[in-house]
Design a protein around this ligand. Structure first.
Ligand code: NAD
Length: 472
């Protein structure tokens, strides 16, 4: 199966599903409470558990991802997200009472999280289950309905999700539309209440522009080049272990994968040696490991092979050759990378790791700050002062210290980018907030404010003067 076999959904089908969901919004406000939302999440949980083998089979068919990796990086985080939402939803849904300030004495204020309404979720291909169902969990927890568009590049997983979701939920709550750009664009024409998009910064801009036509709110989970610093006082063995895991799981096709490494000059040899050992231990040499996913399609394979050729033709050296073979590219380490090479300019999104050296931290900080703000920044360093210095001097969506990639699935912290790498946050309570409108409600009981309404008599002016003195 390949991407070209996916049929685009028709406008008629999209219109029908959208209208169905829109019509159900008002009634759902009154009937889709805590118990119903938890029951929907548990239904999803049950469906995932009973389809575990089918899910692993579909992802394996789409891009050869090993089953253990599917369980570790897709199924477990989805189940964790359901568990966290089910356990905490009661407290997330509770209105938050706010104490009055001086001027508002005599009133009561609260913030009530409410469903946004009908939401569109557009997912990428690289974690086809996690990045479609993760947002869906937050969407349902917040009381919304959802139209989900999975990626056309993982057709087996998309078809399976459509099947699972249509058996678990009525179409006025969850509908799935398969297809590519045409389907995406037809969906983007509809006046959704919220759009949650995960994908490239380029398409993120298209989504934001479409959302602006209907003033829909957006969450954009985008990508970019996530730098990794291996400091002079890093634990090199640990750094190698985490960097190899973060970069070569999913064959490097991970939004939060370390894109490139800056290693301190004094530890370069030790680091490269440790990383090579680690890679050979985990995947063997070359591209034939059964522990390594495939590059998703020919277009991406050609892009990665072309990137390596471009770099080596301009003077870069292969410290470890991944030997592309039959849709697979083994872990590749590349050095002597310079700014005119494509590999230094574009998000790599594959198992190719440039390693660069530095002497002074300021050089690295300046290089990071000269680029669009990354999704993730990784720091391997035991000196905590140095770690905090790097964090304070840079900006990124999130930071991993002495680890890589797993900050993504921690349901207690917001996950998201900043500017070029994204807008808004996902996961746990932050995902619930992304799909909620925080409606403020201010009730008058014995407010003093009418005392200063017009006409502005001397008494009113005297009171305003007193208030100014009190607040000023
Ligand atoms: P993509 O932007 O090409 O596609 C994402 C989705 O958008 C797909 O469903 C696709 O059908 C749709 N799409 C593509 N072109 C479109 C267009 N012109 N108009 C409307 N919709 C369109 O991204 P991808 O290749 O699937 O995924 C890789 C990118 O996603 C990388 O940049 C990666 O860093 C990023 N990503 C980010 C996160 C995150 O959580 N921040 C997670 C995974 C991937």
């Amino acid at each position: 199966m390949n991407m070209y076999e996916v049929q685009d959904s028709t406008h008629e089908a999209i219109d029908k599903a959208f209208d169905l969901q829109k019509d159900a919004v008002e009634q759902r406000r009154l009937t889709f409470g805590l118990a119903e939302r938890i029951s929907a999440l548990q239904k999803l949980r049950q469906a995932i558990i009973s389809n575990e083998d089918a899910i692993a089979g579909a992802i394996e068919q789409d891009f050869g991802k090993p089953k253990a990796e599917v369980v570790l990086t897709e199924i477990l985080p989805v189940l964790e997200e359901i568990k966290d939402a089910s356990r905490n939803l009661r407290s997330w849904m509770k209105p938050k009472w706010v104490a009055p300030t001086l001027v508002y004495i005599g009133t009561s204020a609260r913030v009530r999280p409410e469903p946004r309404g009908v939401c569109l979720i557009i997912a990428p291909w690289n974690y086809p289950l996690l990045l479609a169902l993760g947002p869906l969990i937050s969407c349902l927890a917040a009381g919304n309905s959802a139209i989900l568009k999975p990626s056309e590049m993982t057709p087996a997983t998309s078809a399976l999700m459509k099947d699972i979701l249509s058996k678990s939920f009525p179409p006025d709550l969850v509908s799935v539309f398969e297809g590519g750009v045409k389907t995406s664009q037809a969906l983007l024409d509809k006046p959704f209440d919220h759009i949650f998009f995960t994908g490239s910064p380029k398409v993120g801009k298209i989504v934001m522009e479409a959302a602006s036509k209907n003033l829909a709110t957006v969450t954009l989970e985008l990508g970019g080049k996530s730098p990794t610093i291996v400091g002079p006082n890093a634990n090199i063995e640990d750094a190698a272990k985490w960097i190899a895991f973060g970069k070569f799981s999913n064959a490097g096709q991970t939004c939060v994968a370390p894109d490139h490494v800056f290693v301190h000059q004094t530890t370069r040899d030790q680091f490269v040696h440790a990383l090579r050992e680690r890679i050979i231990n985990a995947y063997g040499k070359g591209a034939n490991s059964k522990h390594l996913a495939r590059i998703v399609n020919e277009q991406h394979s050609a892009r990665l092979v072309g990137m390596i050729q471009d770099a080596t033709s301009k003077g870069a050296t292969l410290t470890l050759d991944g030997e592309f073979n039959d849709g697979k590219l083994g872990p590749t380490l590349i050095e002597a990378v310079t700014p005119e090479m494509a590999i230094d300019q574009e998000e790599i999104f594959g198992p190719v790791l440039p390693i660069m050296t530095f002497n002074e931290l300021d050089e690295v900080i300046a290089r990071i700050n000269a680029r669009p703000k990354p999704l993730s920044l990784y720091i391997f360093e035991r000196n905590q002062e140095r770690v905090e210095q790097i964090i304070a001097a840079t900006s990124s969506g999130n930071v991993g210290v002495n680890l890589t990639t797993v900050q993504f699935s921690h349901t207690g912290i917001p996950f998201g980018g900043v500017n070029d790498s994204g807008i808004g946050s996902a996961h746990g309570y932050h995902g619930f907030r992304a799909f909620s409108h925080e409606r403020s409600i201010l009730k008058n009981r014995y407010s003093f404010l009418p005392w200063v309404f017009p006409p502005y008599t001397d008494r009113v002016r005297w009171m305003l003067d007193k208030a100014l003195r009190l607040l000023g």
